[in-house]
Design a protein around this ligand. Structure first.
Ligand SMILES: [Zn+2]
Length: 239
């Protein structure tokens, strides 16, 4: 079952981009114009699942930090990071964010206990490495370019994402391996979400990648469930 969460919240307030109705909020002259009619809602300091995300207005040096919504860093083609950003606390051979690495170790051990092998095919990638990979793909396989994040748009630069497999079967067929099936059923229990679900390219900007898992912590990942149909964009109410 997929929880609606942010989705239902979105329906309550008009989207910030696209379909914007030209509602001229002509407030009385004495009142400063308010951004939306929902401004009358109690301004709690704690973000609620229904809160409309603050738009990403970062420029210049602000791009040294990722765009965050409800404490979750969002890195994508729409929300990029600069070349100087990297994992705050990198660890291990894959240079992953420390908490991500710990969660991955726990998940890998749990899979092993079930007789399933989980290996990292790709962990942290620097901006420069991503750029080289993207530029090469542009030259050699432009038909597949959507699988390649442009530099600054890859979650791999944060150490929060991993490409996982069994060490043998790669690409789309990975989803039907024991490893793929196990991960698609259990990853969320360890704080990982399938970041690019099947049929959601219009939302994520990336085709289905059964191997790419993004750590967001169990509190949020558990709300995604094991259906692997919800995107981070939908969950956070991003357009
Ligand atoms: Zn990946």
């Amino acid at each position: 079952m997929v929880l609606s969460l942010g989705l239902t919240g979105c329906a309550l307030t008009p989207p910030t981009v696209g379909g914007n109705r030209p509602t001229t909020v002509t407030a009385s002259p004495s009142t400063p114009a308010t951004p939306s009619p929902s401004a009358s809602a109690p301004s709690s300091p704690t973000a609620t699942p229904d809160a409309t995300p603050t738009p990403d207005t970062r420029t210049g040096k602000q791009l040294n930090k990722p765009y965050e919504v409800r404490g979750i860093p969002v890195i994508s083609k729409k929300h990029r990071i600069s070349a100087s950003y990297g994992p705050a606390d990198p660890t291990g051979p894959n240079h992953l964010d420390a908490e991500t690495a710990a969660a991955l170790a726990t998940m890998t051990a749990a899979a092993k206990a079930d007789g399933v092998t989980v290996k990292v095919k790709s962990g942290y990638r620097s901006y420069a490495v991503q750029k080289a990979s993207y530029d090469r793909a542009l030259r050699t396989q432009p038909q597949n370019i959507n699988f390649y994040a442009p530099p600054g748009a890859s979650e791999h630069q944060t150490g929060l994402a991993v490409d996982l497999w069994d060490g043998r079967v790669w690409y789309r067929a990975m989803e039907n391996t024991a490893t793929g099936k196990w991960l698609h059923k259990h990853a969320h229990e360890y704080g990982f979400i399938l970041r690019f679900p099947d049929g959601k390219e219009a939302i994520t900007g990336v085709p289905y990648e059964p191997w790419h898992f993004r750590y967001i912590g169990t509190a949020d990942a558990l709300k995604f469930g094991k259906g692997n149909r919800l995107t981070l964009e939908e969950y956070l109410g991003l357009d």
